[in-house]
Write a protein of this length. Structure first.
Length: 90
């Protein structure tokens, strides 16, 4: 295995989950979604603890870097996330 291949590292798994969470929230926008709804959507019918925890960490980290806002129980993308998404769609 190539030492530079980080496809199975915890950091790579976290980044993949963050990407999935952000994409899902951007796809839902302008509809607001809760963390519980997001877990059901991304984790399937009965996500295990590890899946739930990964999604909750991704939400926390995306809020921390300024790509998501949390308002009451709802999650929504920041203006920066929306603009970046617009740029990618061009």
């Amino acid at each position: 295995m190539d030492e530079t291949d980080d496809s199975w590292t915890p950091a790579a798994e976290d980044a993949t989950t963050e990407s999935a969470v952000l994409r899902q929230i951007l796809d839902f926008h302008p509809v607001l979604v809760t963390v519980a709804e997001l877990i059901r959507e991304l984790g399937g019918g009965s996500p295990d603890f590890a899946e739930q925890d990964a999604i909750e960490r991704a939400v926390r980290d995306l809020i921390g870097v300024g790509l998501l806002h949390s308002h009451d129980d709802f999650l929504l993308p920041t203006r920066a996330a929306l603009r970046f998404n617009e740029l990618l769609d061009r």
